[in-house]
Design a protein around this ligand. Sequence first.
Ligand code: 2M8
Length: 439
Amino acid sequence: MRVPVSGVGLGDRAAEVLRGNDLGSMTAAAPRLYPHMWSWDSGLIAVGLARLSVPRAITELRTLLRAQWSTGMIPHIVFSAGDGYFPGPERWGTESAAAAPRTVRTSGICQPPVHALAVRRILDAGRAAGGEIRDQAEAFVRETFGSWLAWHRWLAGARDPDRRGLVEIYHGWESGMDNSPRWDRPYAAVVPGDDLPGFVRTDLHHVGDVHERPTDDEYGRYLWIVEQLRRVRYDDAAARDVVGFRVADVFMSAILAVASDELAGLGDELGRVDDAAELRELAARFRAGVASTVSPTTGLGRDLDRRSGRWIETETVAGFAPLFCGVDDGTQRALFWGERWCGHPALAHPLPPSVSPADPGMRPRTYWRGPVWPIVSWLFGWALERQGDDDGARRLREASLRQLADGDFGEYYEPFTGEPLGSLQQSWTAAVTLDWLAP
Ligand code: 2M8
């Protein structure tokens, strides 16, 4: 264990990580392991960059928007010139997609829409700075509002065509919680064909222990879905018919609800009355969708496997989607701080692990199957603060800063020992640290 660093030292180190991962107009999610821009990483990275340099935060999101598809979809990876990541642009083959941009190489799926949270942070930081920085931030919001609106409309249209208020995902990667036990059952039905092209993984070279990453069997299924989507050229309507994985994702839906509210607030300021009203309707629709998933037995929100029609009954942090988007009657809040979650006596820090520490299947070192993810703690802190629960937000912030005090910016943390795992210079971890440290 390293000597703990003070708040000032920690902020400097976090800024250093972001500078080290800066590729010019985009920030790599991590050196080596993730040498490109990831969509929801870039949103959270922009939240942190807004504390360092508003213009640089603006550049980050403008780069992301240059990769937006003509349908409105924001792709989950924007490829840099760097290589060493698999699956890279050749494997995705999105140049065959009519809606893909022509000048930037991207993947063909999406990730959670956290971006509006960052846009708001940029505007607030720009206004606090004043002068030219304020003008730049206001111009940025004015110029890009329509693109964010198109993104939310695409999610609400292409991914919730039946208007249930739940975003459907076609790949676990879209949830951002890649190998969460939430996806075990839906993935069990994804059987790679004999014609799945061979593959060599690169991710295993960049972590301390291969058990921290998904298995080869899981990767085969991940790549089979890519193959299915590629064969229909990533066409939205065709994809829905052919894809082997279709799940209504409760946490992504909660994110869409709160982000739509944020965007509606920005719409108000721009005088875009109709757009703001439409976004508030979306927020209400997705909140209702999230509320409709709550399990009468566990009190947790649930994903719905659209192919089998079955609820997914796992005890993961995504089950707190109702708390996150403000449709909790107090039950979830008590559960969150209680002993199956943040109040579990064996935890090194009172923070929500990705899977309940009381679940016997929880795997404390394996990626989205147990570790604590700082960005998840940040998202809950952000949501609680927004709901006026300053005390809850403060508890998450203080515990997170204690977890980060040794100066590594782990991708995820072992919940019982506090050991950082995965990449140790993870950009979004550094970014949320800067936000937590800001006055
Ligand atoms: C992880 O996902 C990528 C695939 O998208 C991977 O494992 O290669 C996830 O943790 C995801 O949520 C995150 O956005 C990405 C980059 O940090 O890494």
